[in-house]
Design a protein around this ligand. Structure first.
Ligand SMILES: [Zn+2]
Length: 285
């Protein structure tokens, strides 16, 4: 049984016993899709099964449930205004459920000021409040926050991440070599799994950024450790940085960020992927 399955069971049990805690830290995981899946079950109107077809599940699935809020870092941090919006959300009673659920992704990226704001709600949570704080660096949270939450540990299976990273580097290389057929072949891979695709996008974006940094600075120390193991030598990086012009890299990075935003706003998944691939093809030399 994986950590996800085990913790999911634990939460289901807590809910059926009416013992859900107001605040959880999910330590070792930053995965909004997973947290939303949990929220969907808690809010589901068919015995909390996460049926996928009741009015509540449908709203969750279309990012449109009035009692669910997702907070993610904007840029590098979760800003004070975002936590203020969360406070305003939490003081109003649920519209159609027993709970109001807020998911914080990458919660360690919250400024101390924002953490103190969050702390106020954690100290005196409304009866209906449920907060899920996800972080791969939970040790960076204030002790006063940690002590008010129940921590669930996730030791994520790195094989998925590595598998995606390999596909990401493969994708970047196919752009480097202007290999149109190979670029098209990513369409099927991307469409298979939405959660995996968002990791894929993040990795590709990181690699582009690393290539850009290397292009600008020639400083290998600035390359993220994880990518360095793949882009494992200077000649490979030099080669990549030579193949991608500054303008092309920026176009590609923007294209990926646009897709990430579209996916969050629930645009048609397959169509969004096709548009990304066309955009990539339009940058070919
Ligand atoms: Zn349902």
């Amino acid at each position: 049984m994986t950590d996800r399955e085990r913790n999911m069971e634990l939460l289901e049990e807590a809910q059926s016993n009416g013992r859900l805690s107001h605040s959880y830290i999910f330590s070792g995981i930053e995965n909004v899709e997973f947290a939303v899946k949990i929220a969907q079950k808690i809010l589901c109107k068919r015995e909390h099964t996460g049926c996928g077809s009741c009015s509540s599940c449908l709203k969750v699935l279309s990012n449109n449930h009035p009692d669910l809020m997702i907070v993610e870092p904007e840029g590098t941090s979760i800003k004070n205004e975002q936590v203020e919006a969360f406070q305003n959300f939490m003081v109003i009673k649920p519209f159609e459920s027993e709970h109001k659920i807020v998911v914080f992704n990458g919660v360690h990226a919250m400024t101390t000021r924002a953490q103190n704001r969050l702390l106020k709600i954690l100290e005196e949570p409304p009866a209906y409040a449920m907060m899920i704080l996800m972080s791969k660096q939970a040790e960076m949270l204030l002790d006063t926050i940690t002590s008010r939450c129940q921590t669930l540990s996730f030791h994520e299976d790195m094989s998925v991440e590595n598998e995606v990273l390999n596909h990401a580097i493969d994708f970047v290389k196919s752009l480097e070599f202007n290999d149109i057929n190979h670029i098209y072949s990513f369409s099927a891979y991307a469409k298979e799994d939405k959660a995996r695709f968002s990791i894929f996008l993040r990795k590709v974006n990181e690699i582009f950024r690393d290539i850009m940094i290397f292009k600008e600075t020639q400083n290998i120390q600035l390359i993220s450790h994880e990518n360095f193991t793949i882009l494992d030598n200077r000649s490979q990086l030099s080669q990549l940085s030579g193949q991608f012009s500054h303008r092309r890299l920026i176009t590609l990075i923007f294209a990926i960020e646009e897709v990430e935003a579209k996916l969050k706003s629930n645009m048609n998944f397959d169509l969004t992927i096709d548009q990304l691939l066309f955009k990539c093809l339009s940058t070919l030399n």
